[in-house]
Ligand binder design. Structure first.
Ligand code: HAM
Length: 428
């Protein structure tokens, strides 16, 4: 017995039954991105390990324990990208894309994190992300967030909640960090192991703890908004006013801190209760100092990434099928010369730019069996080419989805017009 090989734990195959839903959702999101002026960037799946340590942060869950890191044959330390922002910034600096003008980029693809797999949490997952470089104005925050709100409208999704917060300037955050550290030190005995570990390195992340035993302690902790610097406060108030004016509803969540270190000022998450524990579908924020920190010219920026597995799960839970329906025409023919003619016809039909899917039955079954298969394949139209049609230069067009099956034998160059006419008759 040969041992069965299986996919790596937490890494999923996307099978043909599901790919139309994925493609439909991706296409709708891409259409919205295009309307807002975003251009696609495609980047390597593998980057130098140092890139992620320097952007996401040394003392974050991702860098500390979730990265797929390995040495290549040259002995260089490489990492499968756990997210997209670091790579976009690296590429932007490397190719001189940050020239002071506004730059709007989007990307899509697999990301890798060695997390404990569960519903909505995988080791290979897929994001569509967008990054906007070159402006620190709150108008850009509002535009980007409004675009994500448009995603949900486009997909027919309701029930996602927008949570918003400001992390303030680097200095304000540092001052707040100290206050918070002092507070948690005073209550050290109540902390769990994870929080104790973060107490020195990253106390803000204690606010993120999901441990119910810590909820009361966290609720009573000094709050970030009270420590905001004046500029960040003004930025945040302006953003809130703009979102109000654009009709984008939100709640301010002063405990929202995000798990990556590069953020400052605006952070946001779109969350739902419909997916269990992993309810954040889309998340992002400002990172005004990251480009400079990696050696580029000072370039303020804001972005987000959306988890496609979670989005598709939410669409299914909401009874929404984002797949674009497929139009299938199925060619039924007798063997020999008829089959050869049918093959030629299929080829001609597929050449049109707006051609439907044209399937040719390749079995030697009788017409009845072939029509059954056409039906099973989801075809709307069967095109039948037997000896009579071959001799007469005609084709029999049969509509398979009508309440009463209609069919007509017509000249072969009138197939499209015939399908349109018969389809019109189907409607009551
Ligand atoms: P993130 O919050 O780490 O942010 O991930 C963004 C989204 O990716 C999450 O809200 C979630 O939907 C999805 N996601 C994350 N991890 C997993 C996982 N293990 N399994 C399934 N889905 C997952 C970032 O990645 C930032 N780069 C976002 C950003 C872009 N900020 C500014 N620009």
């Amino acid at each position: 017995m040969v041992a069965k090989l299986q996919a790596v734990r937490g890494m999923n195959d996307l099978l043909p039954a599901d790919s139309p839903r994925w493609r439909g959702a991706e296409q709708r999101l891409q259409a919205v991105l295009a309307r807002y002026g975003y251009e696609e960037i495609r980047l390597p799946l593998v980057e130098p390990t140092e890139l992620f340590a320097r952007t996401i942060g040394e003392v974050t869950d991702i860098v500390e324990k979730e990265m797929y890191t390995f040495q290549d044959r040259n002995g260089d330390s490489l990492t499968l990208r756990p997210e997209g922002t670091a790579g976009v910034v690296r590429a932007g600096i490397e190719h001189g894309l940050f020239q002071g003008q506004l730059l709007r980029l989007w990307y899509q693809g697999p990301m890798f994190r060695h997390e404990r797999p569960q519903r909505g949490r995988y080791r290979q997952f897929h994001q569509i992300g967008a990054e906007c470089f070159g402006s620190a104005e709150p108008e850009l925050d509002a535009e980007l967030i409004a675009m994500t709100a448009q995603f949900w409208r486009e997909l027919g999704l309701s029930g996602l909640r927008l949570e918003l917060n400001s992390l303030g300037s680097r200095e304000a955050r540092a001052a707040y960090r100290e206050r918070l550290q002092a507070y948690f030190r005073d209550h050290q005995a109540a902390l769990d192991a994870d929080s104790l570990r973060r107490l020195d390195s990253n106390p803000l992340r204690i606010l993120d703890s999901k441990n119910p035993d810590l909820a009361a302690l966290i609720a009573a902790a000094p709050s970030l908004p009270e420590h905001l610097d004046a500029d960040s406060r003004a930025h945040f108030e302006r953003l809130c006013a703009l979102l109000d004016a654009l009709g984008v509803a939100y709640t301010v969540n002063p405990r929202l801190v995000r798990g990556l270190d590069y953020y400052g000022r605006t952070v946001f998450e779109w969350v739902t209760d419909a997916l269990g524990a992993q309810g954040t579908v889309c998340a992002g924020g400002r990172y005004d100092t990251l480009v400079e920190q990696l050696g580029g010219r000072p370039t303020p920026a804001i972005g987000f990434a959306l988890g496609l597995e979670r989005l598709l799960d939410l669409l299914a839970a909401s009874g929404i099928d984002p797949a674009t329906p497929r139009e299938i025409w199925y060619l039924v023919s007798a063997p020999g010369a008829c089959r050869a003619q049918a093959m030629l016809l299929a080829q001609q039909l597929r050449a049109a730019a707006d051609a439907p899917t044209v399937l040719l039955d390749h079995s030697a079954g009788n017409f009845g069996k072939q029509v059954q298969r056409a039906d099973k394949a989801g075809a709307r139209v069967a095109l039948i080419l037997g000896e009579d049609e071959l001799a007469g230069g005609t084709i029999t067009v049969r509509m398979l989805r009508a309440a009463v099956t209609t069919q007509e034998t017509v000249p072969r160059d009138t197939i499209h017009a015939t399908v349109t006419r018969l389809a019109a008759q189907e409607r009551p």
